[in-house]
Design a protein around this ligand. Structure first.
Ligand SMILES: [Zn+2]
Ligand SMILES: [Zn+2]
Length: 399
């Protein structure tokens, strides 16, 4: 499951989210997710836009999508699409944060869109920006029967922990906080980093791609134990109810994330010093973008993560066990692996997830040079040398 995928464009080419690729149509997303990435549940997060709603209605009319009684839309038998939206809110002090809201049925999405029209300055062409606070957005989603999840919760721009607060309790009332089932980690954080905040102990961690192009769908995803594919089951898994649960997270090594470490905008440099680095080591007057790793170091209230790097619970920790977080290095991060090589591999082995996690090296070697096989295997074992990212620049796999 990948719960954070942008459509960005309506089927007739209108832009609803800037910076998204033209190829991100409903049909293309579904094909990429299901057949090239091997994903069964995707959350589409631009559904507040009336143009996207119209597209969904057309697909329903043509019989390509079908609404499930337990919520969610099914596409060709085994891909479930959850209808949601990513919305930017403004908190006290003027900081901005992104959140994801999801609804089981289309009528709720339509109602949500109608309500949000009064709270978004330019809903048609910018399906994200609102004038609401996080609490107000929560109240709207909750009153319509949806669920609410803070997005990429630690990134320096546009997230609650990144630039608004050290605690979600300052943003949400007690009963609202209790109803938030999960928090999205974002590309620059993982379970071990986020577990350093004890207030998140009761929340599931989700790892999602925030894809703005087809290639990036599934660069992070969640493996869940469900009894069936539908919205109701996903929500149970997030709440860890009736044996439904997230079994594992798969995501980038956070060092590869764009905001992992602090970056000086004047020196154009990602810090190499031990965290937390909150100012430029060359000149404290320089403006910096504080890294996720550095930020967590400042706001954490635990010294050690309750899980070790393989997801095994630390025996000394008193907190609940977390599912393992497996690092994966997507093929397009590997030096020397271009779109043509990726196509060749997918033709031979089905999906990217097969290639990254399952195909034995001997079989990979029949399709690509040994140097690439070695990189894939090292990626599986977490042995790649990585220069960490920061300030909007992805980390890099070193050759
Ligand atoms: Zn997003
Ligand atoms: Zn500097």
């Amino acid at each position: 499951m990948d719960l954070h995928v942008h459509i960005g464009r309506s089927s007739d080419g209108k832009t609803v989210k800037r910076g998204t690729s033209k190829e991100l149509t409903f049909a293309n997303i579904a094909y990429e997710a299901r057949f090239r990435k091997g994903i069964n549940v995707i959350g589409v997060v631009d559904c507040v836009s009336p143009w996207i709603i119209k597209d969904i209605e057309d697909l329903l009319k043509r019989g390509e999508l079908e609404e499930l009684p337990e919520g969610g839309m099914i596409y060709r038998d085994d891909l479930v699409i959850l209808l949601g939206s990513e919305i930017e809110t403004r908190e006290k002090g003027g900081c901005h944060a992104h959140s994801l809201v999801f609804f089981p049925y289309l009528w709720q999405v339509k109602e949500f869109s109608r309500i949000m029209e009064g709270h978004m300055p330019n809903l048609a062409e910018n399906s994200t920006m609102s004038r609401l606070s996080g609490q107000q957005l929560f109240d709207i989603a909750d009153s319509l029967g949806g669920f609410y999840m803070p997005a990429h919760a630690f990134t320096p721009y546009k997230s609650f922990y990144g630039n608004c607060t050290h605690s979600l309790h300052t943003v949400f009332g007690e009963s609202s906080f209790a109803k938030i089932p999960a928090v999205e980690l974002g590309l620059s954080a993982d379970t071990y980093m986020a577990s350093l905040l004890s207030e998140l102990d009761g929340k599931a961690f989700t790892s999602n791609s925030d894809a703005h192009s087809l290639l990036r769908i599934g660069r992070e995803y969640n493996v869940m134990r469900l009894a069936a594919l539908n919205y109701g089951e996903v929500l149970k898994a997030l709440k860890c109810q009736n044996g439904r649960e997230i079994v594992a997270n798969y995501g980038l090594d956070p060092k590869l994330g764009k905001y992992h470490r602090t970056f000086c905008l004047q020196c154009n440099e990602i810090t190499e010093l031990p965290p937390p680095v909150l100012q430029c080591p060359n000149d404290p007057r320089h403006r910096v973008v504080v890294g996720v790793r550095d930020r967590i170091e400042v706001i954490k209230d635990r010294h050690d993560s309750p899980a070790d790097v393989n997801g095994r619970p630390d025996e000394k920790a008193s907190t609940a066990r977390r599912p393992p977080y497996h690092y994966q290095v997507p093929l397009n991060f590997l030096p020397g692996v271009g779109p043509r090589t990726i196509d060749k591999l997918i033709q031979a082995f089905g999906t990217e997830m097969n290639i990254l996690h399952r195909v034995v090296p001997e079989d990979l070697a029949k399709v690509v040079p040994q140097s690439i096989v070695d990189l894939i295997v090292k990626g599986r074992e977490g042995r790649l040398a990585i220069a960490h990212g920061g300030g909007g620049i992805y980390g890099k796999v070193l050759e």
